[in-house]
Design a protein around this ligand. Structure first.
Ligand code: CDP
Ligand code: CDP
Length: 220
């Protein structure tokens, strides 16, 4: 039976193509797009501002209580707002946040804090009459939506990923982040069993989008 609401989970390492691919799939299939990396970046930005380090889990948990989260729709993209304000791209992608985000994302209290918020994005997509939701991150197919219609795992070789980030003019230690993300105890970056794996090192964005759209149509 055709599901009336489609959920696509996209996971992969840094600069593996998650955001650009997910945005295009969202357009093609009328899905709401959620970049959960921006959630971890937003929380990191807030905690850095409050001067609470990732090593002090009790203080992090306490501080999180004073960060009200909401969602603002920007076309098909759902943006996280902290205390009613969507952080700017420069705030989320600063070098300080790039360096600190993986240590904060390894703190169980931070992941717990975002779990309900991320699951609830499906309700927002339904309320706004999208055909479904495409959510990208590191643990979407393994933890947040293990019941997704389709789970995709994107890969690209290290040299290609470093070139892509450099071409965007960003200073980002992607290998270091991948190492922390893959080795943490809670919700590590991993390709979940049964996920549809795509190595896109030598594929254009359009080719990857086509492959995902075909895979979805085989699932529904
Ligand atoms: O854009 P890029 O792939 O470089 O990173 P991102 O998706 O913006 O994610 C930033 C960081 O957030 C990652 O390196 C992870 O530490 C964390 N993250 C996570 O732990 N779980 C997710 N579902 C998404 C991001
Ligand atoms: O979200 P994530 O960090 O996984 O990667 P992204 O920001 O979507 O992609 C990083 C860069 O690689 C972007 O500039 C994309 O346009 C580019 N890219 C590409 O050239 N070919 C692909 N098949 C996928 C991404």
């Amino acid at each position: 039976m055709k599901p009336d609401f489609v959920i696509i989970a996209v996971d992969g390492g840094a600069a593996s193509g998650k955001s650009s691919t997910s945005r295009l799939v969202a357009e093609r299939l009328n899905l709401m797009h959620v970049d959960t990396g921006s959630h971890y970046r937003a929380v990191t930005f807030a905690l850095l501002q409050k001067g609470v380090g990732p090593d002090d889990e009790a203080a992090v948990a306490e501080r999180l209580k004073s960060i009200p989260l909401s969602t603002e729709l920007d076309g098909r993209s759902a943006r996280i707002a902290l205390d009613g304000r969507v952080p700017t791209k420069d705030e989320l992608r600063s070098e300080a946040v790039n360096n600190a985000v993986s240590p904060y994302a390894a703190v169980p209290a931070v992941r717990q804090f975002l779990f309900d918020y991320q699951r609830a994005q499906a309700d927002i997509a339904r309320e706004n009459n999208f055909t479904g939701l495409i959510m990208e991150g590191r643990d979407i197919g393994s933890v947040i939506f293990p019941d997704a219609t389709l789970r995709v795992f994107l890969e690209a070789d290290a040299a290609t990923r470093a070139e892509r980030r450099a071409a965007e003019g960003q200073s980002d230690s992607i290998e270091k982040r991948d190492k922390i993300d893959s080795s943490r105890k809670t919700a590590p970056l991993t390709c979940p069993d049964g996920a549809y794996k795509i190595d896109n090192s030598n594929l254009t964005l359009e080719e990857v989008v086509e492959e995902i759209a075909n895979a979805v149509s085989n699932c529904v």
